[in-house]
Design a protein around this ligand. Structure first.
Ligand SMILES: Nc1nc2c(c(=O)[nH]1)N[C@H]1C(S)=C(S)[C@@H](COP(=O)(O)O)O[C@H]1N2
Ligand SMILES: [Mo]
Length: 317
């Protein structure tokens, strides 16, 4: 995605074969059975009830609201963009496998009445998870359909009470050169950071994700928590968050800092506004062979178009 990148068509060899996915699914069913057994055994009268996340037990045949099938678990967890590790999409998962996600805290601060630092496990108990199937459209021209588990960011923002001066939200990812070798790259300003206007952050679609496919996030997908903003290009959805800061002015972001002519602050999915080096009017859904047309706001126009009333989306790309 940096200046030396071109969007490349994804070869089928880039994606873990379906057989691996099927095996993994079998394994997941087995794991669920084991977990169920453990739960029964633990259910002696004096035992406290174990909270069970409200996620579907099976994803077979599940579709998004447009009727499109979910992208396989193997592809979602095996084909990733995560520059802190490597620019090789299939290399992220093996490199990130031992990434430490505990202990972990997330600071919510800045222009708020009640700044707070949450322990990740405390945060996950405080905000009950929902399941949301969202499309993720990478600016490079590929997309996936992912069943996320998380909670709307607006619930967290409400709890810390943004002041009247807060106009933007700055998302900051972990800085840890020992664990994230990509952060030795001098081409970017680390840590990874992103930003939204406050009303975008408060929109009900904006999710704090802690899991996908009913399981905790794996490191390659941004464990232990990330933001997911489904109507914007994937890079707005920052991984491994350690800080969410409410600010008055548009915050700096990694991509805007490295290539302002290519990546705007808004970065709404928009088939009518090409990237300077390639069209954005179609995309390759991972797992499919034909390209499909890219939808305005990634198909979420009904929920978000009103956020941009009166704005020229060619200038505010
Ligand atoms: N911290 C961090 N967050 C990140 C990135 C990154 O390199 N570092 N890549 C972004 C890009 S370009 C995309 S397309 C999505 C990919 O998310 P996924 O690998 O979970 O599909 O993560 C986004 N979040
Ligand atoms: Mo991306």
């Amino acid at each position: 995605m940096n200046t030396k990148w071109k969007p490349e068509p994804i070869r089928s060899s880039d994606i873990t074969p379906e057989a691996v996915y099927v095996n993994r699914r079998q394994f997941m069913k087995g794991a669920a059975l084991v977990a169920g057994g453990a739960l029964l055994a633990a259910c002696a009268p004096q035992a406290a009830p174990t909270p069970v996340p409200s996620v579907a037990a099976t994803y077979d045949g599940q579709k998004d609201e447009l009727g499109d099938p979910l992208t396989s678990y193997a592809a979602v967890t095996g084909y990733n963009n995560y520059y802190e590790f490597t620019e090789d999409k299939e290399g992220v998962a093996p490199m990130a496998k031992d990434f430490k996600t505990r202990p972990w805290t997330i600071e919510v601060s800045g222009l708020v009445n009640k700044p707070r630092t949450y322990d990740i496990d405390e945060l996950m108990k405080r905000f009950p998870p929902e399941e949301r199937v969202y499309r993720l459209r990478c600016v490079e021209g590929w997309s996936m359909v992912i069943p996320w588990r998380g909670f709307p960011l607006n619930q967290l923002l409400k709890e810390v009470e943004p002041t009247g001066a807060a106009k933007y939200v700055h998302f900051v990812s972990l800085l840890d050169r020992d664990q994230m070798p990509g952060q030795h790259s001098p081409f970017f300003v680390w840590p990874y950071s992103e930003g939204l206007r406050l009303d975008e952050a408060q929109n009900d679609l904006t999710l704090v994700a802690t899991g996908l496919y009913g399981k905790d996030l794996l490191p390659q997908n941004g464990a232990p928590l990330r933001v997911v903003v489904p109507w914007k290009y994937g890079f707005k959805s920052a991984k491994a968050l350690v800080k969410i800061e409410l600010v008055a002015d548009q915050p700096p972001t990694l991509w805007l800092t490295s290539a302002p002519n290519e990546y705007g602050f808004y970065s709404n999915v928009n088939p009518d506004v090409p990237h300077p080096r390639w069209s954005q009017d179609s995309e390759r859904r991972i797992g499919e062979s034909d390209r499909r047309p890219t939808l305005m706001f990634n198909g979420y126009a009904d929920q978000v178009a009103s956020l941009y009333t009166g704005m020229d989306l060619r200038t505010n790309y």
